[in-house]
Design a protein around this ligand. Structure first.
Ligand SMILES: [Zn+2]
Length: 233
């Protein structure tokens, strides 16, 4: 029988003494470990960090961590080294906002790319997608996000001032390659207005039927955008 004079421990080792807590109170009881993983703090930390990655929740983070731990020499240690090397070497390009190991980045240094055409994207992931498609041979400008009143993302928090400065240095065309979301289109309209005084030609990517897409599966917004953007053959 428990001695009422002895205070219960504030931190429980989950492998041994699992406190009886109503499920609804779990996670709200301060000082009580609610994880069910019988592992050390290093492994807990690994899982917590993995769970912050996009597409990984706590469950898939535990599975990923277990694969890493089982393949210590083949996967865990090389991954740790690669992450440390990347963290030490990675730079944000001072010109376009791309991520590379050099600044200006390799795309900005490439003399074969047209410096008079700028493609504006929200994120480096969008730049990578366009490079994979191999459709653009100009330079990029990464905004670092999209305008969002809800999230408090204002033009000052994006790389908009550096875009306008680059355009003033001699750019013939700015291609707005924003996402087809409310935030992306709000950003595109803002940039269109902000770039008007410079007199530069501003274009945006077409919206419509995706390659390989069937009309029957498209939503009304995509179909109406495709109709508006129709062109003669
Ligand atoms: Zn760059």
């Amino acid at each position: 029988m428990a001695n009422p004079a002895v205070a219960p421990p504030r931190i429980f080792n989950c492998a041994r003494a699992q406190p009886k807590i109503r499920p609804s109170l779990k996670g709200r009881v301060k000082g009580v470990c609610v994880s069910s993983l019988p592992a050390g703090p290093e492994i807990e930390r690994l899982i917590q960090l993995l769970a912050k990655l996009p597409g990984l929740g706590p469950r898939s983070a535990r599975r990923a961590a277990l694969v890493l731990l089982k393949k210590r020499e083949a996967l865990l240690e090389p991954l740790g080294t690669a992450m440390r090397d990347a963290a030490a070497a990675i730079k944000t390009c001072e010109t376009c906002g791309n991520l590379d190991t050099v600044s200006p980045c390799s795309l900005c240094r490439d003399g074969r790319r047209d410096p008079h055409v700028l493609c504006v994207v929200e994120d480096v992931a969008d730049l990578w997608a366009l490079e994979r498609a191999g459709v653009f041979r100009g330079r990029y400008h990464v905004l670092g996000g999209a305008l969002s009143a809800l999230d408090g993302i204002t033009p000052e928090r994006l790389n908009t001032a550096s875009l306008i400065a680059r355009v003033d240095e001699g750019v013939d065309e700015v291609i707005l390659a924003m996402n087809a979301t409310v935030e992306g289109q709000t950003t595109a309209h803002y940039l269109m207005d902000a770039l008007t005084p410079s007199g530069v030609k501003v274009t945006r990517l077409a919206h419509g039927v995706p390659v390989g897409g069937e009309l029957d599966y498209l939503d009304e917004g995509t179909l109406s955008a495709a109709f508006r953007a129709r062109r003669p053959l």
